[in-house]
Design a protein around this ligand. Structure first.
Ligand SMILES: [Fe+2]
Length: 288
């Protein structure tokens, strides 16, 4: 069992960069750096936590799962190889681009590229947000969460909970959707696995979530989205399970960015796994 401490970073292949850059910068308040056909978003003291690459089709390029030391990374490599999984060591160029000390990678369910890393590079200067916000909730909770559609949700759940230290948080079943929520630290979920519902195909990247420190950060972002007519997947609402108050920006590449406040945290010593029959307490209405 490999102890994963957090989702450290994520990379996404996108078909469009300009409006995404605007959303990250002026709606989310990230510190965005454009490098030709790439976008990097910084949300805390780390060099960056999000990377976006211009591509022909949208997909999750990789998710970076953090381990606690270089020794843990070597042990993880041996453990995965011992189980017959194919593991590759990062090249120097990959380590530099991800801004980490060391990294290995493998393919998970539905071909998702999982990167295990240690040693995120820190920036010396404070974060310079794209708009005035109180800040992002990261630290030991990690970047946020990602949601994927899986060909076999149960098999994917076993993969992440048997090879890695992901633990079951809860489930939501509604309409044609089945979702399993997993945590690796107190953040309610770092990874959510869904069946290929609502037209999603197996392996499809549905959304990533960024959490901010104030409901006013969310409210002001919502004002900007409404004023500028930026498309949404779902309007403002509050989730049943993690109780996050959030809304979902629809990117032109087809994935969503959930921008939220106030998610509950999991204490593994006192946590009951629940089953919900709806994703929202209120709001989160699907937008045309
Ligand atoms: Fe979410």
């Amino acid at each position: 069992m490999i102890n994963v401490t957090q989702l450290g970073y994520a990379g996404v292949n996108v078909v469009e960069l300009d409006s995404l850059q605007h959303v990250l910068d002026k709606v989310c308040g990230a510190e965005v750096r454009r490098d030709g056909e790439r976008l990097y978003a910084r949300v805390d003291e780390r060099h960056h936590r999000l990377a976006f690459y211009k591509a022909d089709a949208m997909s999750l390029a990789y998710m970076g799962l953090e381990v606690e030391s270089l020794d843990a990374l070597r042990a993880a490599e041996n453990e995965l190889r011992g189980k017959g999984l194919e593991v590759t060591r990062a090249t120097a160029a990959e380590r530099e681009e991800r801004a980490v000390l060391d990294m290995i990678h493998l393919r998970g369910p539905d071909g998702v590229r999982i990167e295990l890393f240690f040693g995120a590079v820190l920036e010396k200067l404070p974060l310079k947000p794209g708009r005035a916000i109180s800040g992002f909730v990261t630290g030991d909770l990690g970047l946020g969460h990602v949601v994927l559609a899986c060909a076999d949700r149960d098999a994917a759940t076993r993969f992440y909970t048997e090879h890695f230290s992901f633990r079951l948080t809860d489930y939501i079943f509604w309409s044609e959707a089945e979702a399993t929520f997993l945590h690796c630290n107190p953040r309610h979920h770092t990874l959510a696995l869904m069946n290929p519902c609502f037209g999603m195909v197996p392996g499809q990247f549905n959304h990533l979530m960024l959490q901010v420190k104030s409901i006013d950060d969310v409210g002001r972002a919502y004002d900007i989205v409404l004023e500028e007519g930026i498309p949404m997947v779902m309007n403002l609402g509050r989730h049943t399970n993690d109780q996050m108050t959030s809304f979902y920006v629809k990117t032109e590449s087809g994935f969503a960015i959930e921008y939220g406040y106030g998610g509950v945290e999991v204490d593994d010593h006192d946590w009951d796994v629940k089953v919900f029959n709806a994703p929202a307490l209120w709001g989160h209405a699907l937008q045309a």
